[in-house]
Structures are given as C-alpha cells and as structure tokens.
Design a protein around this ligand. Sequence first.
Ligand SMILES: O=C(O)COP(=O)(O)O
Ligand SMILES: [Mg+2]
Length: 225
Amino acid sequence: MKPIRSVTIDLDGTLLDTVPDLAAAANAMLREMGRPEFSIETIAAFIGRGIPKLVARCLPDLDEAAVDQAQVIFRRHYAIENGRRSALFPGVLEGLQALRAAGLPLAVITNKAAAFTEPLLVATQLAPWFRFAVSGDTLAHKKPHPAQLLHACERMGTLPAENLHIGDSHHDAVAARAAGCPVFIVPYGYNEGEDVQGIDCDAIVASLAEAARRIASADFHDKIA
Ligand SMILES: O=C(O)COP(=O)(O)O
Ligand SMILES: [Mg+2]
C-alpha cells in the first residue's frame, strides 16, 4: 500500500459552513424575482453540485434560459454575501495544523465557481494553508467527475493512490473512487440533505482533526492497503 503524500479537501460543508451566505444570496435573488424565500435547511440540501444547480433547485418551474438569467442575479448577490458569515467547522484549524506538521501538501477541491472560491479562502484566512484550489469551473468537469482530483495530484506530484481526499458528500466519494484516491467523509456537512452513512468511503471521520490523527496512525495504512 502507498503512504499518504498529499491531501485534498472539499470546501463547502467540510472546511466552511457556507450555508448562511449561500442562503442570503439565494433569498435575495428570490426576493428580487418576487418569489417566496426558502429556509436555511432547504437551501443546505440544494448545495453540492455548484451554483447553476443551486439556482435551478430554487426555481424548479423555470426553463433553462430563465434559470441562466436568475444565475446572473444570484452571482451579483453572492459576490456581496460571500464570506460574510461563513465559518470554519470545529476541528478544521487543528486538522490543518496537524496535516501541515506532517509535511503534507494541501489543495482545495470545490464545485464552487473560482470567482467565489478565491475571495472566500482569503476572507476566512484559509488561503495560506493551501497550495492551490481547483474550482467547479477550473476544468471541463467537476465532482463527481475525477478530473479535479487527478489534476490536483499532478500539480502536487503525487499519485492518486497517495492522495487522501476529505469531503462531506457522496460526490466527493464518487470522484475519489473514480480517481483512485482514498477518501474520508465528514458527517457534519450537507450531502444534499442525505445521511452520510450509506456513502462508499474509507472512513467517516468526526472532524478534520480526526482525519489527521487517522492518517498519522499505522492502523489507517493497514486498513486501506
Ligand atoms: O458549490 C457547491 O455546490 C458545493 O461546493 P463543494 O464542492 O465545496 O462542497
Ligand atoms: Mg462539500
């Protein structure tokens, strides 16, 4: 089995609780369109497949062209809201410190559009922890497609089997499996409103701190060998 030599981490629902900002932008869009707003819980279940899908899920009765127009409104509002209320989940800083102390290069893999990823990483002071981020529109495909993970491994000079991916949704797990990366899932994120228990992954870990502890233990290497 190969030791872990790099780690890729999902953004929304894994590093950051971004729902308050996404919900503020979605509800501002709905208000501007004269439509009723959604609760924060409902909007949390719409997250995971990028902004186009989030906007489409807010407007199920509209056709593609109308959803495209609504996206322009959403993006205008999200540019203002992005990072205002987003907060790190418990254990994130501790986990990042431990992963850095272990000498592992780190990258963010998110389905969020790059125009929002970079300012969010800066606003939340996460940017210095990561070599780079691969966003939902950086490449031709996003998660659950493996392209972002394969691209990240290439940039970090590691093999997919040596890169552990950590995420909150089944898209993270499917992308990691397709890329050939081991994968951990955290249970506190969004996963489109579904329980994480059924996800095919190497472990469900309570936090990033717990993920870092597992990587450091020989036990983990034996299990995924
Ligand atoms: O933008 C989304 O829908 C989800 O983004 P994530 O891949 O960082 O969870
Ligand atoms: Mg996520």
